[in-house]
Design a protein around this ligand. Sequence first.
Ligand code: ATP
Ligand code: MG
Length: 261
Amino acid sequence: MMNFTADKACRATMLVGFAVGLFVSFIYSSGVLRFSMIEFENVTKKYGDTKVLDKVTFNVKAGEFVTLIGPSGAGKSTLVYSLIGAEPIVSGNIKIDGYTVNNMRGRALQYFRRRIGVVFQDYKLLNQKNVFENVAFALEVCGFEREEVKNRAHEVLAIVGLGKKQHQFPHQLSGGEKQRTAIARALVHNPGLIVADEPTGNLDPDTALEIIELLLKINESGTTVILTTHNKDLVDFIKRRVIKLDGGRVVSDRKAAGYNP
Ligand SMILES: Nc1ncnc2c1ncn2[C@@H]1O[C@H](COP(=O)(O)OP(=O)(O)OP(=O)(O)O)[C@@H](O)[C@H]1O
Ligand SMILES: [Mg+2]
């Protein structure tokens, strides 16, 4: 009798444990329990006397894909530059993984930037280096061993589908291939965050879509992505969180959204 009761109690405990586990994993996957990776808190930025970001406040959880839209001059690129610590702000705070980026300077900022992969519209490749060297260089400057550099560079070039083009120079690549090279370079330090400012701005519609699909694939592996774009079709295709800036202010913040409300 004693054993039977103990057995029942044990089974009940296991059942409750299982139910709690299920509940917690459901809550986690819904995003409620995940901590904010990026925190913008009342961020104001000026160029001269002109306010370009005006009390911008939003949070991004680890693993999110956020598309930043807004008319030309809305402040999207300024927001991106401020996020990566490349532009000082007037007031407010920008945190990544709990670290206040706007207080970082010099070496500390340099090391911190390795957590962030940055991709620009104009690729910013080194023209005298081939695809492999463009990617490897980002590791060499950080003092990695030759073998490590080779392995990691090959790994990220395979992710972006450029394994066969690694000996070609930028002038021998299509726009899409140049952007894939830039994305591979952004991935070398295995960043938790990729920030892409108009990465498809110079590409034809099909190639642009391929680049977006690549960013979505990278996001699926757990990397947070912040993308700025003007391209309505791409935003409608992505259908993730969309933050709209206008005149340096957040005017809307929508989940699983398209370009238009
Ligand atoms: N270095 C700078 N010096 C002075 N003003 C600047 C500078 N960079 C940007 N601005 C101004 O800040 C405002 C926001 O520019 P930003 O480049 O962030 O806009 P954007 O939303 O990225 O536009 P686009 O969609 O055209 O790329 C604009 O009015 C712009 O003229
Ligand atoms: Mg811009």
